[in-house]
Design a protein. Structure first.
Lengths: 117, 118
């Protein structure tokens, strides 16, 4: 079974400082990895994904994530945080197409990011 | 990217009544849609997978007679919470898969529906 861990419930960072939101995964095979952001009372917005290729993936709003196969991690990063980045961030994993239930996403529990002015 | 809408965005109902939530893919045909439930400060929990023209597949522990799912067309899936109780109050989110060959069958999420049962 696949699983995703986001070890931090909350991350606080000062505006302008770099931010990192951690994610590790457990899955057999080569996973597809995703980051989503959720603002209060809103659905999920896609940030970025890793399918294959370069380990460093660039996404929306200046976010990027690095796929590290040996550490089974996919940490989300941004060089300079904005107050407007404050939201709930979810990491998710999906198996490549072909297997049963392979469309399904498994989500981490979420990390609340607070950017302090 | 592909757009998914949900209606209503917020609903308040009395205990014992039924509530229907619609999920629409606006600019693509979605053969598969998912329904999630999210409790406050928690992650999304998959409730069921809805395939157009067939019965939904429910996750373990989800009552199919309570959460009725209908996927009658390639652009619409509905979730009906029957005989709602206060413990059904939650944030319900749907997602839809874009057509094969486009975006690697990525899921696109609706904006969610906040259900409050009094």
């Amino acid at each position: 079974a696949q699983s995703v861990a986001q070890p931090e419930d909350q991350v606080n960072v000062a505006e302008g400082n770099p931010l990192t939101v951690k994610c590790t995964y457990s899955v057999s095979g080569n996973p597809y990895l995703f980051w989503y952001v959720q603002y209060p009372n809103r659905g999920l917005q896609f940030l970025l994904k890793y399918i294959t290729g370069d380990n460093l993936v660039k996404g929306s709003y200046g976010f990027e994530a690095e796929f590290n196969k040996s550490q089974t991690s996919f940490h989300l990063k941004k060089p300079s945080a904005l107050v407007s980045d404050s939201a709930l961030y979810f990491c998710a994993v999906r198996l490549p197409l072909g297997g049963a239930g392979s469309y399904q996403l498994t989500f981490g529990k979420g990390t609340k990011l607070s950017v302090i002015p | 990217g592909a757009v998914v809408s949900q209606h209503p965005s917020r609903v308040i109902c009395k205990s014992g009544t039924s509530v229907k939530i619609e999920c629409r893919s606006l600019d693509f045909q979605a053969t598969t849609m998912f329904w999630y439930r999210q409790f406050p400060k928690q992650s999304l929990m998959l409730m069921a997978t809805s395939n157009e023209g067939s019965k939904a597949t429910y996750e373990q522990g989800v009552e199919k007679d309570k959460f009725l799912i209908n996927h009658a067309s390639l652009t619409l899936s509905t979730l009906t919470v029957t005989s709602a109780h206060p413990e059904d109050s939650s944030f319900y989110i749907c997602s839809a898969i874009s057509p094969q060959g486009r975006n690697n069958n990525e899921q696109f999420f609706g904006p969610g529906t906040r259900l409050t049962v009094l």
